[in-house]
Design a protein around this ligand. Structure first.
Ligand code: NAP
Ligand code: SF4
Length: 681
C-alpha cells in the first residue's frame, strides 16, 4: 500500500500562508532544556535536523520569550537582541538543509514565569507559581507588544520560516483574554473586545513588520478548562479576528497549566480533544491544527479524515521517534517507537531542570552521544538474560551495533514489568512499546529464546552475559497475617487472586497507586468515563468547557498505606503525580501516612497512627512494598571466562523505573562496543 492509500489525508500537501507543506504533520512546540544549556543551540540543531530528516512537514521550536519578564525561568531563553537571532542560525540552517521548515514559538509566560520579576495583566498570583506578578501599566502593555514584534523580526533574521504566537495554555496572552485573570480597566481590560485587543495588536503589528512571506500561526486556547474561561462564542470570535489580523493558521490549545484536568497524560484517550478543533472547522478559512494525544499515524489520519482539522500536531511522539512520518510514508508503521504519554523523561525532566528526553527513546536530545548508525569494531557473542525493558533495550542496541545477541526469557512472552503496566487502566500504551521491541528483535535478528530458564552451562561460550533479570516483590511480614488473605501486586494484576470488598494496600509508591487504580476502574467505557470523571463539557456549552466532575463509585473500598510521613504519593512524577492522587481521591480511596503496622487479628489490620492503635476491618491485603533485585547465575558464571554485567532492577531495585532500565540497556551496549566510525548500517 502506498502512503496515499493508507494515510490519504495525512499525505496531502497543505498551503499554510506562504509555505507549501508536503504533508499535514506538525511537530508541536516542546521545551527541551537545551535552550538554556551552554552550547545547547548546536545540540538543538542536531535534534531538529533529525526530526526534519524524518519527514515532518513543519516544526515549531520550544517557547522563546520576547523579553526578560516573559522568560519561563530567571535565565530562560529569549529572542530579544541580534545576538539571540545569531544563536538560532545553526538550527534554521540544519533544518533547511534537511528539507524541513521551522517556526519560532514566541512565548511570554506572564504570571507563569517562575521568577520574581514576572508581569501579568493583573497582579493575581497563579496557583502554580509562588511569585506574584506585577501588573503591567498601559505603557508596559504597549512595550510588551513591541517586544513580540521585535522577536518576530529577529526570528526572520534568524531565517525561520515564520513564528507561532503562543496564545494558550494560560500564558500571558491567555491571561489577557480571560476575565478571571484580567481585571484591568484600561483599553486592554473589561469587555471581551478589549481583552482580545492584546493578541490582535500583536498579530497585526507582527504582520505589518514581517510582510506576507513569513508564516504566522496563532495558538488559540479553544478549551481553557478553568472556571470563568472563554466561552465558545468568544473562541470563534477570536479565531475570526486572528485571521483578519493576519494569522496564516490557527493551532489548538487545550487546558491551562493550572487546570486540574489531564490533557496529555496516558489516561487521556487518543485524539481525545480533536472534537474541539472540529467545532471550529468552517468558521475561518485558514488551516486549523489539532493536537493532544495524537501519537500514531492512524490517530492522525482518523482526525483528518473525520474533518477535525486541516493539520495534526504531535510533540512528544517526535521525541519517541524522529522518523514517525518517514516510517508512515514507507508503510512501516510497525517500526514506529510510539510515545506512551508517560511524561517521565520529557516534561518531568523539565520540571527537574534536566534536559528533556524520552523514556522509550533515551537518544532524544542526546543525538550525538549514542550514534544510531554506528557499528562496533569487533563483533562479540553476548547473551542477555531477561526480556523486560532493560533486557530488551540492551539486546536490541547490542544487535544494532553489530554484535551476535541471544536473549533468554523464562516466560512465554517478552515484556517483564511492562506486561503488568499494560494491565493498568489508562496504561494500555505499553503494548506499543512491546510491539516496537518485537519488531526490532526480529529486524535485528536477535536470537530469542522464550520459555527458557538460562543456565550457566548454556552461557559459558558467550563473551558477555547481561543479567537483566529484574526484581522480585519485597515480602512483608506481620504477626497474624494468616488471618486475612495477603497477596502481592503481581497476583492481583494478573488475576490469579481476587480480592474482597475492603482492601488494604501496603505501600503507596507507583505500584500501590496502580493497583488501587486497577481495583477501582469503573465498568464504563474508558472514553465516556474520562470526560465524565474529569468534568469536561463535550458540547462546549459551558464557559471554560468545565462541568462539575463526577466521582466514580467502586465495588471495592480501598485503603492505601505508607509508613513515612507526608503526602501519600508525594514521590510520584511531577507532571502526573497530581493526576494519580486526584484520580484516587475522586474514587474514594482513603490514604493513611505515618503508620506502623502492628498485627492482623480477627478484627482486621491493626496499625499505630498518631500514637494510638487503629483497626481496619479488611477482607484482603495487597503488598506493594517495593522490590528487591533478582540476579541468579552471577556466582555460577564466575567459574567461566565470561564477563557478567547487571542492568535495570537486577542492578538496583531502589527507585527502579522503566526510564532507567531502558537507558541502562543502551548505555551498556555502547560501553561494550568500541565504535567503528567508518562502518555504518
Ligand atoms: P516504591 O515507589 O519504592 O514504593 C514502595 C512503597 O512500599 C513505598 O510506599 C514504601 O513506603 C513501601 N515500603 C517499602 N518497604 C516496605 C516494607 N518493608 N514494608 C512495608 N512497606 C514498605 O516502589 P513501587 O511502588 O514498587 O514502584 C517501583 C518503581 O516503579 C518506582 O520507582 C516507580 O518509579 C515505578 N512506577 C511508577 C509509577 C507511576 O509513576 N505511576 C507506576 C508504577 C511504577 P514506606 O516505606 O513509607 O512504607
Ligand atoms: Fe512520550 Fe513518555 Fe517519551 Fe515523553 S517520555 S515522549 S511521554 S514516551
Amino acid at each position: 500500500m502506498t502512503p496515499h492509500e493508507r494515510y490519504p489525508h495525512l499525505f496531502t500537501p497543505l498551503k499554510l500562508g506562504p509555505l507549501l507543506l508536503p504533508n499535514r504533520s506538525l511537530m508541536g512546540s516542546m521545551h527541551t532544556g537545551l535552550e538554556e544549556e551552554k552550547g545547547g543551540f548546536h545540540k538543538l540543531a542536531e535534534f531538529y535536523k533529525e526530526r526534519a530528516k524524518g519527514g515532518v512537514a513543519l516544526i515549531v521550536t520550544g517557547g522563546i520569550s520576547p523579553n526578560r519578564e516573559g522568560a519561563l525561568g530567571p535565565n530562560g531563553a529569549r529572542m530579544q537582541r541580534p545576538k539571540h537571532a545569531k544563536q538560532h542560525l545553526p538550527i534554521t540552517k540544519a533544518v533547511h538543509e534537511a528539507g524541513g521548515r521551522i517556526l519560532l514559538q514566541i512565548l511570554h509566560g506572564g504570571r507563569y514565569s517562575y521568577h520574581p520579576f514576572n508581569v501579568a495583566p493583573s497582579a493575581l498570583k497563579a496557583p502554580i507559581n509562588r511569585f506574584r506578578p506585577r501588573e503591567l501599566s498601559t505603557r508596559g502593555v504597549k512595550r510588551t507588544i513591541r517586544s513580540y514584534v521585535n522577536a518576530a523580526r529577529l526570528a526572520q533574521k534568524a531565517e525561520y520560516d515564520g513564528i507561532e504566537i503562543m496564545g494558550s495554555e494560560g500564558y500571558l496572552i491567555n491571561q489577557f483574554i480571560v476575565s478571571a485573570t484580567n481585571h484591568r480597566t484600561d483599553e486592554y481590560g473589561g469587555s471581551f473586545e478589549k481583552r482580545i485587543r492584546f493578541p490582535l495588536e500583536i498579530i497585526r503589528e507582527i504582520r505589518a513588520a514581517v510582510g506576507p512571506q513569513f508564516a504566522i500561526v496563532y495558538r488559540l486556547s479553544m478549551l481553557d478548562l478553568i472556571a470563568d474561561g472563554s466561552d465558545w462564542n468568544e473562541v470563534v470570535a477570536l479565531a475570526k479576528a486572528a485571521e483578519e489580523a493576519g494569522a496564516d493558521a490557527i493551532n489548538t490549545g487545550i487546558g491551562w497549566h493550572e487546570a486540574r484536568i489531564p490533557t496529555i497524560a496516558t489516561l487521556v484517550p487518543r485524539g481525545g480533544f480533536t472534537f474541539v478543533t472540529k467545532k471550529l472547522m468552517g468558521e475561518v478559512s485558514i488551516p486549523l491544527i489539532t493536537t493532544n494525544r495524537l501519537n500514531t499515524p492512524e490517530a492522525c489520519e482518523a482526525a483528518l479524515e473525520s474533518g477535525c482539522a486541516d493539520m495534526v500536531s504531535m510533540a512528544r511522539p517526535f521525541l519517541a521517534d524522529p522518523d514517525i512520518i518517514a516510517k508512515s510514508k514507507a508503510d512501516e508503521a510497525d517500526s514506529i517507537n510510539t510515545c506512551i504519554g508517560c511524561n517521565q523523561a520529557c516534561l518531568d525532566h523539565i520540571f527537574q531542570r534536566k534536559v528533556a528526553s524520552c523514556l522509550v527513546n533515551p537518544r532524544a536530545s542526546h543525538e550525538g552521544k549514542w550514534p544510531l548508525h554506528a557499528k562496533a569494531v569487533s563483533v562479540q557473542k553476548i547473551a542477555v538474560i531477561g526480556a523486560g525493558p532493560a533486557g530488551l533495550s540492551a539486546a536490541t542496541e547490542l544487535a544494532r551495533l553489530g554484535h551476535e545477541v541471544a536473549l533468554y526469557e523464562k516466560k512465554s512472552e517478552i515484556g517483564g514489568q511492562f506486561n503488568l503496566a499494560k494491565l493498568i487502566p489508562g496504561k494500555q500504551e505499553f503494548y506499543e512499546t512491546l510491539r516496537y521491541f518485537n519488531f526490532l528483535l526480529h529486524k535485528l535478528k536477535v536470537e530469542v529464546h522464550l520459555n527458557t530458564q538460562a543456565t550457566a552451562e548454556m552461557l559459558k561460550e558467550f563473551d558477555h552475559v547481561v543479567l537483566a533479570t529484574g526484581v522480585t516483590p519485597r515480602t512483608w511480614e506481620i504477626p497474624g497475617m494468616d488471618r486475612v488473605p495477603v497477596s502481592n501486586y503481581i497476583d492481583v494484576l494478573t488475576g490469579r487472586v481476587k480480592v474482597g470488598r475492603v482492601v488494604a494496600i501496603i505501600g503507596a509508591g507507583g505500584i500501590g497507586f496502580d493497583v488501587a487504580d486497577f481495583l477501582l476502574h469503573s465498568s464504563e467505557s474508558e472514553t465516556a468515563d474520562f470526560y465524565k470523571k474529569w468534568g469536561i463539557d463535550r458540547n462546549l456549552d459551558e464557559r471554560g468547557g468545565v462541568l462539575p466532575p463526577t466521582d466514580t463509585l467502586s465495588k471495592h473500598e480501598v485503603h492505601l498505606f505508607q509508613r513515612s510521613p507526608g503526602k501519600v504519593g508525594g514521590r510520584l512524577g511531577k507532571t502526573t503525580g497530581w493526576i494519580h492522587r486526584l484520580n484516587l481521591r475522586k474514587s474514594g480511596v482513603q490514604t493513611h501516612a505515618d503508620v506502623k503496622y502492628v498485627e492482623v487479628n480477627d478484627a482486621g489490620l491493626n496499625y499505630m497512627q498518631n500514637g494510638a492503635i487503629q483497626c481496619l476491618a479488611v477482607d484482603s491485603i495487597v503488598v506493594c512494598a517495593g522490590q528487591v533485585p533478582h540476579y541468579p547465575l552471577e556466582n555460577e558464571l564466575r567459574g567461566f571466562n565470561v564477563e557478567v554485567h547487571r542492568i535495570g532492577g537486577a542492578s538496583n531495585a531502589k527507585a527502579l523505573d522503566a526510564q532507567r532500565a531502558i537507558r541502562e540497556g543502551l548505555e551498556l551496549a555502547y560501553a561494550l562496543s568500541e565504535l567503528d566510525h567508518d562502518r555504518t548500517q
